[in-house]
Design a protein around this ligand. Structure first.
Ligand SMILES: O=C(O)CCC(=O)C(=O)O
Ligand SMILES: [Fe+2]
Length: 244
């Protein structure tokens, strides 16, 4: 069973999010659920590689967006109390998944994901906002660690001004924290949190899935709102490219 965080854990996690821009729901999934999710994503990866295997993991890694549409069986996990339920508590509203996806990386991928955030809106709005508008969440089936390759964040409090962007987006920052979490944990991040990731010591495939959710009351458009759009484009292509 997906873990339903208790009231006190939910409050602690939301207070972490406000204080440092991220929080960790440890071991959100049971080993059985982790195994099932891995099975779904491994099969999906085979389908993606069947289309084109050359250089599939180069650069950012192999990425598939619109995961809720590509693998509808994943919806059980997105819509669980662990993900949707917790996001509703954080955003104090109904939420919609505006972007969902999975990233598979290997030793062939770049050693670092560059520093970036998922905010995109006017940074002046950050000091005036009253609640979170949009949260990114990363599920680490194999953990985030020195071994598997950690997520790295530049902590920020809720009303902090936007971070100063790195001149070299590959270089470490003095305030950075390497976030270590056990397998099957979820890291929830304020969309304004500056973060990156690097490869670990293990030569194993690294699988990270997740997405971004936005409060219904926040009607701002966002350039990463790909979920429904990509699904519609793919359906259109299938209709128009199918053999007669
Ligand atoms: O792979 C990771 O740990 C982070 C990736 C990431 O930040 C992203 O895909 O936006
Ligand atoms: Fe990111």
């Amino acid at each position: 069973m997906a873990r339903h965080p208790s009231r006190s854990e939910t409050e602690r996690l939301i207070s972490d999010l406000r204080a440092r821009g991220f929080c960790v729901l440890e071991e959100a999934w049971s080993p059985e659920e982790g195994g099932r999710i891995h099975g779904l994503l491994d099969r999906l990866l085979e389908k993606v590689l069947d289309r084109d295997r050359t250089g599939a993991f180069a650069g950012f890694g192999c990425k598939l967006l619109s995961l809720r549409h590509e693998e509808p069986a994943m919806r059980d996990y997105f819509d669980s109390p662990t993900v949707r339920g917790f996001l509703e508590e954080v955003l104090e509203d109904e939420v919609s998944f505006r972007m969902t996806g999975v990233r598979w990386s290997t030793v062939d991928s770049d050693p670092r994901v560059i520093w970036h955030d998922h905010y995109y809106w006017d940074p002046d709005l950050l000091s005036r906002r009253e609640r979170f508008e949009r949260i990114a969440f990363n599920c680490y089936l194999d953990g985030s660690s020195q071994e598997s390759g950690p997520l790295i964040v530049s902590p920020r409090a809720f009303h902090d001004p936007a971070h100063a962007p790195s001149a070299d987006v590959h270089a470490p920052r003095p305030e950075e924290i390497e976030v270590e979490v056990p397998p099957r944990s979820i890291v929830f991040m304020d969309s304004a949190l500056y973060h990156c990731a690097r490869t670990g010591m293990s030569a194993n495939l690294r699988t990270m899935w997740g997405g971004q959710a936005q409060a219904r009351s926040c009607t701002r458009a966002h350039p990463e709102d790909t979920d429904g759009v990509l699904a519609a484009v793919r359906a259109w292509k299938r209709r128009h490219e199918s053999p007669r």
